[in-house]
Design a protein around this ligand. Sequence first.
Ligand code: BG6
Ligand code: MG
Length: 221
Amino acid sequence: MKSVELFIFDMDGVITESSEQHYLAWKNLAEEIGVAIDRSFNERLKGISRLASLDRILEHGGLEGKFTRDEKKQLANRKNQVYVEMISQFREENLFEGVVELFKRLKCRGIKIAIGSASKNAPMLVKLLGIEPYIDYIVNPEEVGNGKPAPDIFLKAAEIMGVDPCRCVGIEDAEAGVKAIKAAGMFAVGIGNSQVMKEADIIFAETKDINIDEVLSRFCQ
Ligand code: BG6
Ligand code: MG
């Protein structure tokens, strides 16, 4: 029977609610350049890299082509400074309910844990949240070719951990993330709205609802 060897977790919106801070920081920057964004538009930014998110915001405001490459980098840096300031106070209490219990249960079964986030800030969050002891590997998005929805981030985690993608489970809250997991040939656990997560193999409303036995039994079907 096929067994699971590696769980690859997205960070923002799966382990902690930092996707809210990403949204607020982007909203702040968008207002500065005269673009209005709301939470429904923000769904299209989830899982998307920093510069690609800025491009989507500029396109949304009809400002594509207005800024040079360097100016765009500066805008993205400004957003990041605001975001980093917002998450600097994050502590273990900011973990979503059930995360540590889930990690402990996976470790008990000998299943490895990796973080497959598009965020360059993921290592800092892992430290602030106090979950370093459970994490075997954190993908550096700068070391992979393409961001989500391409499979590269998930494939990198599998490659470094020496696990066949068909023995990996990915956990995501973003549509682009679920697409990336499926493109990597992995089993996808979706967190959140069943409409947004429709391509996932199994869906739970929140991280605390993830039932490992249910995931493993679906995985083996
Ligand atoms: C993803 C978030 O995890 O990381 C996106 O869902 C964010 O909203 C992306 O833009 C990149 O993050 P960062 O921290 O490198 O700007
Ligand atoms: Mg996410």
